[in-house]
Ligand binder design. Structure first.
Ligand code: AMP
Length: 220
């Protein structure tokens, strides 16, 4: 299976991508993770992306094209993957469609996670992340045992710059403007799978696997 996972900020896209990758044996390619790692390592890519990522804006398409094409080439044509965070606008979707034949692969489905706007705001504003191991918490839904401290490695938790209230508004607006037009693009190609993504993480995962014909009874 080669999948694209789409959803607004706060829809649980990153979490579902990791769980799906593990359950179905897919390589998880998250452009957000790649950019955040580049920023914390202080690489050239990181310095190009930092202002946009921390300001809740999109990084330029050219930067993303280089990253994604290189990663997909590295994986080779026999590897299955889940793309999380790319494509994020129509141009990126067209780019992906254009390069896939030269890599000898195609996309099997684009999964769209649907979550009401009020839930997105609540999820994003309560998210906290460990500054060392990257484990995610939520102040209300999955708080750490000790306030402000990671259960796994004891390091301090922080709030992502782009999860601060003014940035959240900007990211949601950007999603509506840039990312939603991709829904039609993938629907027209018969690839869109829409998932109601409210509720527990495991339930959402099962819904996705069922819709892809890979539920508990299916071939994972
Ligand atoms: P995410 O973890 O997917 O929410 O991504 C975090 C941030 O990385 C986004 O708000 C953007 O600034 C940047 N980013 C990730 N993927 C892309 C992309 N495909 N195009 C442009 N910017 C991206």
């Amino acid at each position: 299976m080669r999948l694209v996972l789409m959803g607004p900020p706060g829809s649980g896209k990153g979490t579902q991508a990791k769980m799906l990758a593990e359950r179905a044996g897919l390589t998880h390619l998250s452009t957000g993770d790649i950019l955040r790692e580049a920023i914390s390592s202080g690489s050239e890519l990181g310095s190009k992306a930092q202002d946009a990522v921390e300001g809740g804006k999109l990084v330029s398409d050219d930067v993303l094209y280089d990253i994604v094409e290189a990663r997909l080439r590295e994986l080779g044509s026999d590897k299955c993957f889940i793309l999380d965070g790319f494509p994020r606008n129509l141009r990126q979707a067209e780019f992906l469609e254009a390069i896939l034949p030269s890599l000898g692969i195609g996309i099997d489905a684009t999964v769209l996670l649907d979550v009401p706007r009020e839930s997105l705001l609540r999820r994003l504003s309560g998210r906290r992340v460990c500054s060392r191991c990257g484990k995610e918490y939520h102040l209300e839904f999955s708080p750490p045992k000790v306030e402000g401290v990671c259960d796994v490695c004891g390091q301090e938790l922080y709030q992502r710059e782009d999860d601060k209230p003014d940035k959240i508004e900007k990211r949601l607006r950007m999603y509506d403007e840039a990312t939603l037009p991709m829904v039609k693009f993938y629907r027209d190609r018969g690839l869109l799978v829409e998932i109601e993504a409210e509720g527990g993480m495991e339930d959402v995962l099962e819904r996705i696997l069922d819709s892809l014909g890979q539920g508990k009874q299916g071939r994972v």
